[in-house]
Design a protein around this ligand. Structure first.
Ligand code: TNX
Length: 547
């Protein structure tokens, strides 16, 4: 018995030791780097004696690398402020704007006993860190060998975003941070935080406290699908909001990870939570409104703001608070799905249209956008809105987030608007990713993994045209009507987020879906598991052809 135990002990030691040096490979990195060159050198060995050397500008990223490396491998490297390079074995985070010539670029070299990561920006260094971590195994080790390699890498598209709707369901702050970690791993640079909608207001606003005491809470939530007949509801009060202190914490967390947070306050439609709190801003102030309990509002229930002086005073105060809180140069003001029927039915709105010489209700919509753009411009901010804001004539400083198709994206670019492509097909991750009838509930649609992987932000009609420069990049949207928990969000985004990261970062000439799936399996799925994240395990069986 004793001998057997000793033998098993030795075997375990052997397995652990031999595994301790087994690294991952540059050929497995996701998103695929622009250039990977093998070097003629011995692998670089790192152990707990190795250090992380850093340029002072990259101190927060040195801490970040240290923490991630420790979580992933157990190696705990000490830090040393020295951006010139390692005296002994280690990793150097070096500030360099000579070798590094493009925005968000990094150059990573592992050879001759050292790893050097050169970047000219926080984002560059964060992306180099993500690639470097993919050269380490996802397992405890006291020594790791890094492949001798040189990686020269930069993104194909400047705007790489992921959205999260926290109105339909709210998620713990810890999950919002985890979501930001997911974005950083995948080299995204923008997190679009959808903070208000008909079903709940989710950010503390000090100047209008009823937004939180009333607007952040609903009395029930739909169970099952909203098309079910009859629709079923629970009777549980549901809600909450993020305090401004919490928001600041998330902003600081994202900043270290190279992620800009774009907050969205959705107006002038999608405003049921606002008018539940302040009925005087609705077109029917005589009515008692509640925070919406069902999904899919639009024409069915009144949810628009009335063009009254007190509404504009309110919008100014709210957007100023938001602008003061978020460092983002852009603030998203929504503007989607604003049904015009409520303004048509409102004598006050009609009178306003006449008095302000507006053409019609579309003109009124533009008036709202322009007012808010004015408040924000005084704070040095620009506006992003969903493509419906183009229904009227807007000045071109407004960035259009296009959730329709190529046609609308092209039209916006031809009108000289900057555009972020976010087409429902294939970038709505609230749509189904399989056609398995037992798949867990989603809104509708079918956006399988290959559709996401093969997506390209620049519409065909713009290719080769000067207006192609107006396409800033793309974003996937995660509307959470049917996502009541972090695990469900993860199930819906993984592995589609991983596919999108490659569609936005990598050279389209090097894309290959089969090779992507191999790297996903060998390199990224073990990470989902290590992060304790849910994901759709059945992705390989579902493609657009399976439709
Ligand atoms: C449309 S796309 C919406 C959201 C819904 C989503 C469901 C857009 C700007 N608005 O309010 O959650 O469809 O897919």
């Amino acid at each position: 018995m004793k001998n057997t135990l000793a033998f098993l002990g030795c075997l375990l030691c052997f397995v652990l030791l031999s595994r301790s040096t087994q690294a991952q490979y540059a050929a497995n990195i996701i998103p695929k780097p622009q250039q990977v060159h093998s070097l003629k050198s011995k692998p670089v060995t790192l152990s707990s004696d190795s250090r992380i050397y850093y340029d002072a500008r990259f101190k927060p990223q040195a801490d970040y690398l240290r923490q991630l490396l420790q979580e992933q491998t157990g190696l705990n490297l000490s830090l040393e402020a020295n951006g010139k390079g390692a005296r002994k074995s280690g990793i150097t985070l070096q500030f360099d704007t000579v070798t590094v010539t493009k925005p968000e670029m990094y150059v990573l070299e592992s050879a001759n006993g050292k790893v050097t990561l050169k970047a000219g920006s926080v984002n560059g260094v964060v992306y180099g860190i993500q690639s470097l971590l993919q050269l380490f195994p996802v397992q405890q080790a006291n020594k790791v060998q890094v492949e001798p390699v040189k990686i020269v890498d930069f993104p194909q598209h400047g705007y790489r975003g992921m959205h999260l709707d926290v109105s339909r369901h709210i998620f713990p702050l810890s999950f919002v941070k985890k979501y930001i970690d997911y974005l950083a791993f995948h080299k995204f640079n923008n997190f679009h935080w959808h903070l208000s909608d008909d079903q709940g207001w989710r950010i503390e606003i000090k100047s209008y406290p009823k937004l939180n005491t009333v607007g952040s809470w609903r009395n029930a939530t739909l169970i099952g699908h909203f098309k079910d007949k009859p629709a079923r509801y629970d009777s549980t009060r549901y809600g909450g909001f993020y305090t401004q202190e919490q928001v600041k914490e998330v902003i600081a967390y994202a900043k270290v990870r190279g992620i800009n947070i774009i907050p969205e306050i959705d107006i002038p439609g999608h405003s049921r939570a606002t008018i539940a709190a302040y009925p005087e801003f609705s077109t029917r102030p005589d009515t008692t409104w509640n925070v919406a309990t069902t999904w899919g509002m639009y024409n069915r229930q009144n949810n628009v703001l009335a063009p009254r002086p007190e509404t504009f005073k309110f919008l100014k105060a709210v957007f100023e608070e938001v602008a003061d809180l978020f460092p983002s140069p852009y603030i998203h003001i929504g503007g989607d799905e604003c049904s015009k029927m409520w303004w048509k039915a409102s004598p006050q709105a009609q009178e306003f249209i006449k008095q302000h010489n507006l053409k019609d209700e579309k003109g009124l919509q533009t008036y709202f956008v322009e007012q808010v753009a004015g408040y924000l411009s005084a704070k040095g901010k620009k506006v992003i809105g969903w493509h419906e804001i183009l229904e009227g004539d807007l000045d071109t400083s407004t960035v259009v987030m296009n959730w329709a198709g190529d046609k609308e994206g092209t039209a916006a670019a031809m009108r000289n608007h900057y555009v972020i492509m976010s087409p429902g097909k294939p970038l709505y991750f609230d749509h189904y990713q399989t056609q398995n009838p037992n798949d867990s509930l989603a809104i509708h649609g079918y956006n399988p993994l290959d559709a996401v992987y093969n997506f390209s932000p620049v519409p065909q009609a713009l290719q080769g045209k000067p207006q192609a420069k107006y396409i800033l990049g793309a974003q996937a949207n995660v509307w959470t009507e049917y996502m009541g928990s972090p695990a469900k969000v993860e199930y819906m985004v993984f592995p589609r987020m991983t596919a999108l990261s490659e569609a936005l970062w990598s050279d389209p000439g090097q894309k290959n879906f089969d090779d992507f799936k191999r790297r996903l399996e060998q390199n990224v799925i073990p990470r989902y598991k290590a992060w304790g994240s849910s994901y759709c395990t059945d992705y390989a069986n579902w493609t657009l052809d399976a439709q």
